[in-house]
Design a protein around this ligand. Structure first.
Ligand code: CA
Length: 229
């Protein structure tokens, strides 16, 4: 369940926001001062913060700035004064949205949902960019095109890397040399299926502790190769 933190000293407003957000399926916490709000925002995992500007103790400007130094969760700032919105924008605090009081609770919920889904998309695309394949002692970072064997980086040529990654991503599947050649090499590239054998040998020298008894890429005699899990 997504968690929202409301930092608001007008408790009636905070409670109203909380009720509407809970009805929409969110889990909500309230803090009434800037200091406590900041502490909670940094020490717990929230998916979004609704931050009032005028607060006892540390004001919303400062709280926003300090949250942003640590976290990239969406921050929705609210203020009673229209002028403040220009100020928030001008200061470049990193707030994602601004609302002027009074606002309708349904508008608040709609904006919260929009920011939340945008943030989720952002987070999941970041995960995709850092695509890792991990099998036992082998870690393949597809984005950086790096391979680590028991934590030690090994250098691979482009085709060796592609071949290892392909096999590791399709573990336990037996591929013939012809299939691997078609998969990894361009159709018009010079070479034949013997190229596959040569590359498998080179990969094994880098990942296996004993190439005579391969633990990762297994030879299936008369058929081809498979990556053992
Ligand atoms: Ca206030």
């Amino acid at each position: 369940m997504s968690k929202i933190l409301i930092v608001e000293d007008e408790i009636a407003i905070a409670e109203l926001e909380k009720d509407y957000l809970e009805l929409s399926g969110f889990q909500v916490a309230i803090e009434e001062t800037g200091d406590k709000g900041l502490e909670k925002a940094l020490s717990e995992d929230f998916d979004l913060v609704i931050l009032d500007l005028m607060l006892p103790g540390m004001d919303g400007f400062e709280v926003c700035k300090k949250i942003r130094e640590e976290k990239d969760i969406p921050i929705l700032m609210v203020s009673a004064k229209k002028d403040d919105i220009d100020k928030i924008r001008g200061l470049g605090l990193g707030a994602d949205d601004y609302m002027t009081k009074p606002f309708s609770p349904s508008e608040l919920v709609a904006r919260v949902k929009a920011h939340m889904s945008r943030y989720e998309r952002l987070v999941s695309s970041q995960h995709k960019n850092n695509d890792l394949v991990e099998i036992r002692g082998i870690r393949i970072d597809k984005t950086a095109r790096r391979v680590y064997v028991d934590g030690i980086e090994k250098n691979f040529t482009t085709k060796e890397f592609d071949l290892l990654t392909f096999l590791a991503e399709n573990p336990n599947h037996v591929y013939t040399k012809e299939e691997l050649f078609r998969e990894i090499w361009d159709m018009d590239s010079v070479g034949d299926i013997a190229t596959v054998t040569v590359h498998i040998k080179k990969i094994r020298e880098k990942i296996e502790s004993d190439t005579a008894k391969p633990q990762y890429i297994e030879t299936i005699w008369g058929v081809g190769y498979r990556f053992k899990v």
